[in-house]
Design a protein around this ligand. Sequence first.
Ligand SMILES: [Zn+2]
Length: 174
Amino acid sequence: MPKTAERKRNLHEEKSLVEKLIPFGILAAAIVTSFTAYSEKQKAALKERDGNSCQFPGEHDCGGKLIIHQIMPPKYAKKFEINPDFAANGITICGNALKIVYPDVVNKTPEEIQQAMRTRAIKLNKRQPYWNDKKDRAMTAMVTQNTQAAEAEGWTFPEKKIRAPKDMPEAASK
Ligand SMILES: [Zn+2]
């Protein structure tokens, strides 16, 4: 099989895998070319959508600073050529909930954290989730609900100006 065809097929298989992780409609909206973080405006909008409160769907000792967590981590999304900065990938959670998602770096020595980073890199290369993904589905359901409810009240997710790559003139003209 020619290399390009093989690559295309692999990419297709990887995308099918991602479709199992996030609903297709959301996925379709997510496939664009820019891979940067949420803008400050977008973060503020997501917090507002989530009622400025922790939305983590699991039992936990709720506390700490509220952050916008990306359910599918940007590094992982990039492996699948997906832009992680769509509204249904962001959820407002507290610092304690974040520790549940990334237990590999909580209360660890610098050496243990280094090791955890190496393990993450290995898992990422194998396209395996390197975080605790047990609540990902529930978080996605939560934000999908929040987004629909907010949109019914006139909420919109601010667009981010996407800088198109230079070799894609058709995208740049948009
Ligand atoms: Zn919490």
